[in-house]
Design a protein. Structure first.
Length: 190
């Protein structure tokens, strides 16, 4: 029997909640993956604005769901072993907070823990256009080993729907987490 992989998912207030939902749905279908999910206050607002899902629907997709203000949660401690964390979508406020070490909410604290324990941290930054401050913060985090996977669509797989575009993004995120998948139309060469 293989060991359960624990993945922390932070969802912030940037537009693109659909990316987090798709990742959660796909992780729920994979055996031996346990999800620990945190939605910021603005992520909850975007859930209402961008989807027809409720917070109860989201909680049903998560193995564990935490309040963003719960700095006493298990994922706020390095002694709680995880296999990595992904922040999807990552607002520029969250990127900046993590880049300068402000752990004032559970998402930024869990990310700080992930960094200090030298575990995998992935961010899906969702902002455009990017200013120099955004780029500098992302560069700083990248130099610390954070993998940046912005949701930039590929067209070689000839997507026909928005879901095709989202699937390709989720494929990239699962690849970065080291979770085998074949959901997004991989490049086969010419």
């Amino acid at each position: 029997m293989s060991q359960t992989r624990k993945i922390v998912i932070g969802v912030t207030g940037a537009s693109g909640t659909i990316y987090a939902i798709d990742l959660m749905k796909k992780l729920q279908e994979i055996a031996n993956v346990e999800t620990h999910v945190v939605f910021s206050a603005w992520a909850k607002k975007n859930l209402q604005l961008e989807t027809k899902l409720s917070l109860t629907d989201i909680k049903d997709l998560a193995d564990y769901f935490y309040s963003d203000s719960d700095l006493g949660a298990t994922i706020a401690s390095g002694s709680f072993l995880t296999d990595g964390m992904i922040i999807v979508p990552a607002s520029m406020k969250t990127v900046a907070s993590i880049a300068v070490g402000i752990g004032d909410n559970l998402i930024s604290r869990a990310a700080d823990v992930t960094l200090k324990e030298q575990r995998k941290l992935i961010m899906v930054p969702r902002e455009t256009p990017l200013n120099t401050i955004h780029l500098e913060n992302m560069t700083k985090l990248s130099r610390m080993g954070v993998q940046m996977i912005p949701p930039i669509p590929a067209f070689y797989n000839q997507p026909q729907t928005i879901q095709d575009l989202v699937d390709h993004q989720t494929m990239k995120e699962l690849d970065a987490l080291g979770i085998k998948n074949d959901i997004g139309g991989r490049w086969e060469g010419i």
